[in-house]
Write a protein that binds this ligand. Structure first.
Ligand code: DLL
Length: 435
């Protein structure tokens, strides 16, 4: 019964039925957006398109893309498809430059959102018996409220701890016997480090599941978190412009995040040419919302680089899976002509014994070339080892980076605890070219 309340019945739908549902919802969304949002109407008119031109899902490709720039130009409420009096919640993107983007939800949207997040939390193993500690910051960021409402929808007990205050966070985890942890993967590492320092063995806690999202993280980092916190760590993805968390989440098979296709239509495009790419290709994820009222997004360019996997999943869900994202195209570094994502370097570092999970990338320009320095914290043992051993270690790390990524980097060892720790999303790149 509960499953039906959350609309989870869509998750195992035959794909032909899903396509029919998507088309009906898409047509209704396009009609509302065209009628109520000047920006969409103008874009459609420029191309000579009306919503009735979309008669099949393939027709989606005729439609114009929406970008962050469109949201900026229509700041704050220009993209809303309902009057403000119907909006019950306002959130904002976590962008650090320029004006933030503003997103709104009707009462119905809040219910849709809670159901979607409840679905990935359930897929990850959360039940009404869980005690869910939310360590995302409460505020304009969508992370905390998104998971909070969903955990309540499931009937779990929610601890709205918010971010930071790491020692208190750990004390509450112990005393209130939290079983599920919600935060960014980098904060999970910060928590593990602090527990180690405080002499607390995570095995003595009740924690069993981690629901991590909001930033890219490698499989190597997942293994590290799972081992150190003794939990099952799952990934979930979303972005405020589209809904917040609740776009996609992993099931317990952990082989990609199921995108909730009854609410979003995903496409993969080449970020340079904007051409649609065939199934399985790596490219930029484009999302269209099909059941949101206040803030419909048509072909929104997420800038996130991933690929879609349509092969059947052992869990029985028929919804497509997106691979862990490599990061945003804006975060991609081009070093000596080679495209490098910080998450690829993370994968290499985490596989090396003696590297702590704390690193920083410094990009600079020497003459006409971009150069990369990888700063890594090392275990106390290696740091205090004699110079010869340190040198051999550095050479080994540099070789691994070069052979995996095809580009050279200078590796520098830094003192234990010298790289800033993260309470929310990690910021690991110092780009001196932009200073
Ligand atoms: O980070 C929404 C969210 C909150 C998702 C909590 C999951 C959990 P924004 O602040 O708008 O919204 O940032 C969205 O963060 O475009 C991605 O680049 C990145 N991102 C989010 N989740 C993941 C993930 C929230 N699981 C931007 N893996 C997105 C990789 C992610 N990147």
């Amino acid at each position: 019964m509960q499953q039906l309340i959350w609309e989870a019945e869509y998750e195992c739908m035959p794909r032909e039925d899903l396509a029919q549902l998507q088309l009906e919802r898409l047509q209704a969304t396009l009609n509302r957006a065209y009628k109520n949002v000047t920006c969409y109407r103008n874009k459609f008119n420029e191309l000579g398109i009306v919503p009735e031109d979309v008669q099949s899902l393939d027709d989606l490709r005729k439609l114009p893309f929406t970008t962050k720039e469109d949201l900026r130009l229509n700041y704050p409420y220009g993209m809303f498809a309902v009057p403000l009096r119907e909006v019950v919640r306002i959130h904002s993107s976590s962008g650090t430059t320029g004006k933030p983007t503003v997103v709104g939800y009707t009462r119905h949207d809040i219910k849709t959102w809670s159901n979607l997040v409840a679905r990935f939390m359930t897929a990850a193993g959360v039940t009404h018996d869980d005690v869910v500690q939310i360590a995302f910051g409460y505020g304009l960021f969508t992370g905390a409220f998104g998971l909070h409402y969903a955990a309540e929808t499931i009937g779990a007990s929610v601890i709205p701890m918010s971010s930071g205050n790491t020692e208190k966070q750990i004390m509450i985890m112990q005393d209130y016997r939290s079983t599920a942890l919600v935060c960014t993967p980098s904060y999970a590492i910060t928590l593990a480090d602090r527990m180690e320092k405080m002499g607390i063995d995570p095995k003595t806690l009740s924690l069993r599941i981690g629901l991590f999202g909001g930033e890219p993280w490698s499989d190597a980092m997942r293994r590290e978190i799972e081992e150190r916190l003794h939990i099952s760590a799952t990934d979930n993805y979303g972005l405020s412009e589209v809904i917040g968390p609740g776009v996609a989440g992993e099931c317990q098979g952990k082989c990609g995040m199921h995108i909730f296709e009854d609410a979003f239509i995903p496409e993969i495009i080449d970020p340079d040419t904007c051409q649609l790419l065939p199934p399985g290709s790596v490219g930029e994820l484009v999302l269209t919302t099909i059941n949101k009222e206040a803030f419909p997004m048509i072909r929104y360019r997420t800038r996130d680089i991933t690929s879609l996997d349509y092969t059947p999943c052992s869990c029985g869900r028929t919804m497509v899976r997106m691979k862990k994202t490599m990061g945003r195209s804006d975060d991609m570094l081009i070093i000596k002509g080679v495209n490098v994502f910080p998450s690829q370097i993370e994968e290499v570092l985490f596989a090396i014994e003696g590297c702590e999970p704390h690193y920083q990338l410094v990009v600079d320009r020497k003459g006409a070339l971009d150069v990369l320095e990888v700063r890594i914290e090392v275990t106390e043992n290696i740091f205090f080892d004699e110079m010869k051993k340190q040198k051999a270690f550095l050479e080994m790390v540099e070789k691994r980076i070069e052979s995996t990524l095809g580009v050279g980097a200078t590796v520098k060892l830094v003192e234990p605890n010298s790289i800033p720790r993260h309470e929310g999303k990690a910021d690991r790149v110092i780009d001196k070219r932009r200073l």
